[in-house]
Design a protein around this ligand. Structure first.
Ligand SMILES: [Zn+2]
Length: 377
């Protein structure tokens, strides 16, 4: 499969996407693989993110040998030199600057000139990596992922600055992308991003800047929203002329506060529940006291068909307070075999799961916290 239909918002997981622009069926903009893909943009009715309705796999869009080269454009060279001048004053001896989507190394070359005491590292998955390396710039030749961020941290330590210019809109999973940024950045470290402004597309009718390479189109608001989920708080925002109307944000990594972490966990949980609900019914496991605040706070009551309790529990026959969700016997789970079961007593998941497997339940378990995920025993 080389393309996926987008049915939920890439930031908040909300399924309410409203198509605002349809450019028909089109080939990729920079290479012809002989296929045509739907090219349309939808806005999330919840968080405002504008996104393509069809995501072509990144290996198809950005294969090795991708023809785009930063250094070819004099205007971009000058732009990156200016950006290097903006970040250089904050850089000390041994500080690490990581450029995601570094292309041929034009920007990091400028950083080295402006701040020779700093270390630089390029992250570039395409054949352009060879050009950066030829300039003597260390390169991680891979797509940016959370896993890559961990590998880089092990080898090079924390980063002082991470830059991602016109990159975030291209990546398939921005949550994985930003988790990696958060993990690699030192406390107080800066993420510098530049993105084409969706408002400039809408108001300037720049519909010809919509192509499959861009999966998303941010505004300062929709970018700020997803950055905040990952503990990155925008400290400055400047409008820049790149691509006929872009904006540059500098975001500072915060020490994660409890509320912010909880909100991120809730977003993730709701996203996972929506995904699971697409496959069929979800039963809750364990009408524990903690189930009530979780279900209410996360707003997931509507996803839960019933909650199963161990035999003999005096909660069987009642409802989870304030939700109308019936509490029933555990045998319902093995009889009904719903595709997913939500572990409300997730803190003892390792005890519960083997017992329910032994009892004959075959579906997947969802662990709601601290980060919602499918249980892997
Ligand atoms: Zn959204």
């Amino acid at each position: 499969m080389t393309a996926t239909e987008v049915t939920a918002c890439g930031t908040c997981g909300h399924p309410g996407l409203r198509t605002v622009l349809d450019l028909g069926s089109q080939p990729l903009a920079e290479r012809d693989d002989g296929l045509r893909y739907p090219l349309a943009v939808a806005e999330c009715t919840q968080c405002g993110l504008a996104q393509l309705t069809c995501a072509v796999d990144r290996e198809t869009v950005f294969p090795p040998g991708h023809p785009y080269t930063t250094g070819n454009t004099a205007a971009l060279r000058s732009h990156f030199d200016h950006l290097a001048a903006v970040i250089a004053p904050g850089l000390g001896d041994g500080d690490l600057v990581v450029d995601i989507g570094a292309n041929d190394g034009t920007f990091l070359d400028a950083v080295r000139r402006r701040a020779p005491q700093a270390r630089v590292l390029a992250v570039e998955p395409t054949g352009q990596a060879g050009r950066a390396r030829a300039r003597g710039i260390p390169v991680a030749e891979a797509f940016w992922t959370r896993q890559l961020a961990r590998d880089i941290e092990r080898r090079h330590g924390k980063a002082t600055v991470i830059t991602a210019c016109n990159v975030l809109a291209h990546c398939a999973d921005q949550h994985d992308f930003l988790s990696g940024v958060n993990e690699l950045l030192a406390d107080g470290g800066r993420l510098v991003t530049e993105n084409h402004d969706w408002a400039s597309v809408v108001h300037g009718l720049q519909v010809d800047t919509v192509y499959h390479e861009h999966l998303r189109y941010y505004t300062p608001a929709s970018l700020g929203y997803v950055l905040a989920v990952h503990w990155l708080m925008i400290s400055t925002m400047d409008r820049i002329p790149v691509h006929g109307g872009s904006f540059r944000t500098v975001a500072v990594r915060q020490r994660p506060g409890l509320q912010l972490r909880a909100d991120a966990a809730r977003s993730r949980l709701r996203q996972l529940m929506e995904e699971a609900a697409g496959a069929g019914k979800i039963y809750g496991i364990g009408a524990t006291t903690r189930a009530t605040p979780l279900v209410h706070w996360a707003g997931i009551a509507g996803f839960i068909d019933r909650i199963c309790e161990v035999p003999g529990s005096d909660k069987i026959g009642t409802e989870l307070p304030g939700t109308g969700i019936p509490v029933t016997a555990e045998s319902d789970l093995t009889d009904g075999q719903p595709p997913h079961a939500l572990l409300l007593a997730w803190h003892i998941a390792d005890d519960i799961v083997p017992k329910l497997r032994f009892a004959g339940y075959n579906g997947r378990f969802i662990v709601p916290l601290p980060e919602a995920r499918y249980y892997r025993g």
